[in-house]
Design a binder for this molecule. Structure first.
Ligand code: MG
Length: 422
């Protein structure tokens, strides 16, 4: 039987229990997990000092200092404390809280162990910061109950091997998986059935849509849009006029459409362009002209990264939102816009034969890239890990200043000592 959570919101029929009861053997084509550790900084501190468990804990520093809250335990959040709030304010709201300083090396160490664990679960992982990542589980999952089993197992391992709690969202695309992991925090597990993406998102506030900040939300309220469903129902022109290219992305996300791949950070694996037409079209000359200019741009990017492509992918989205892709492998690797264009147009010709629908979006992608960087072994596991770590450190620097974390070498240089390898 399914260890399911009770439905908390009646409008949401997409919890584990329901998703599985109605669709236990539903075939799953694309399966994306978003895994997010709950109250990460605080949980790591509680591991180091178990006496902090179950208490209101605020990470950020001394409450009389001028700093801000970096993280708060759920017990402290109940008093209205949240991150980025001045510590003095947090102390007024929750005077009994335990205030502790930020200890980045500790969090980075925990993050590394978390990412290593994820690496044993999926071969394609895209970390987002220290404590969350997308996993492409399409290869190991065939049916919805398989997705459920993997998610339960992953949560168990995070708990038992790392002592941390993860919330997991499972869906057919990244954007919906991310909303799903957030939906039932902490210790959440939410599966969205294939086909239910838009309905799952519809009742939620637009601010729940990743990428929508307060500014965008304010601007949407001006045109009467408060929920993701209302956003999804807007005519394309309205959003395109107001937000340009971003409007198209917003609209697709609101409809639960997101075909962006789970991509390990670091080296680009592909270079692509896509365009949504202001008006759906099936005019071949127009399609060719658009493809040509996109191929020119892709080729320019390839030259910029000094890479050659072996595979060309054409993507079409029809007026009814059905999306298809076709792939073609070139006889020789290329950097030439003409080669990309030839491959793309011949795939277009096949797809358009006998096709009555108009095209809403067209895209071209060059992949299986090779170039000088690859020979340096940039794709090796260690290099990718190092890049992830460096990115995490850069993010911390951006957020908390350059002194928040230093490598041993930097510290040594500051003290005038020779750098030490670790
Ligand atoms: Mg988190």
């Amino acid at each position: 039987m399914v260890p399911a959570r009770e439905l908390r919101a009646a409008s949401h029929q997409y919890y584990v229990a329901d998703a599985l009861r109605h669709a236990y053997n539903l075939a799953v084509e694309r399966c994306i997990f978003h895994v997010d550790l709950d109250a990460f900084f605080v949980s790591v501190e509680q591991l180091h000092d178990p006496s902090l468990k179950g208490r209101p804990v605020i990470v950020g520093g001394h409450p009389d200092s001028r700093g801000v809250v970096s993280a708060a335990s759920y017990e402290a959040r109940r008093f209205g404390v949240h991150s980025a709030m001045p510590l003095a304010h947090a102390k007024r709201l929750c005077p009994q809280a335990v205030f502790i300083p930020v200890n980045f090396p500790r969090y980075i160490d925990a993050s590394r162990r978390f990412m290593d664990l994820l690496g044993t679960v999926a071969s394609i992982i895209e970390p987002l910061g220290l404590d969350e990542a997308f996993l492409d589980m399409s290869e190991s999952v065939r049916e919805l109950d398989g997705a459920h089993w993997h998610a339960v197992e992953l949560k168990r391992r995070v708990r038992e091997e790392l002592g941390l709690i993860a919330s997991v969202g499972v869906a057919s695309c990244k954007i919906v998986a991310k909303v799903a992991s957030e939906f039932d925090k902490p210790d959440g597990l939410v599966l969205v059935r294939p086909g239910d993406e838009a309905a799952f998102l519809a009742p939620l506030d637009v601010l729940k849509l990743p990428g929508v900040g307060q500014k965008t939300a304010d601007s949407l309220i001006e045109i009467g849009v408060q929920t993701i469903g209302q956003l999804a129902a807007l005519p394309d022109e309205v959003l395109l006029r107001r937000f340009g290219r971003y409007g198209d992305l917003l609209l697709n996300h609101a409809r639960g459409i997101d075909d962006s791949p789970v991509e390990p950070r670091g080296e680009p694996k592909s270079v692509s362009r896509e365009t949504t037409f202001p008006q759906d079209t099936r005019d071949i000359a127009h399609l060719h002209a658009t493809l040509r200019s996109m191929c020119d741009e892709v080729a320019r990017d390839l030259r910029g990264t000094r890479k050659r492509a072996k595979t060309v992918t054409l993507k079409l989205r029809y007026e009814d939102f059905q999306t298809v892709t076709r792939q073609s492998t070139l006889t020789t690797e290329t950097i030439d816009a003409g080669d990309l264009f030839d491959a793309a147009t011949s795939m277009l010709r096949v797809l358009m034969t006998g096709e009555r629908r108009c095209i809403r979006l067209i895209g071209v992608r060059a992949s299986r890239l090779s170039g000088p960087e690859r020979q340096l072994g940039m794709f090796s596991q260690d290099a990718v890990k190092m890049q992830n770590l460096e990115r995490a450190i850069t993010q911390l620097h951006d957020r908390y200043g350059p002194k928040s974390i230093q490598t041993l070498g930097e510290k040594a240089r500051r003290r005038g000592l020779p750098p030490r390898m670790t």
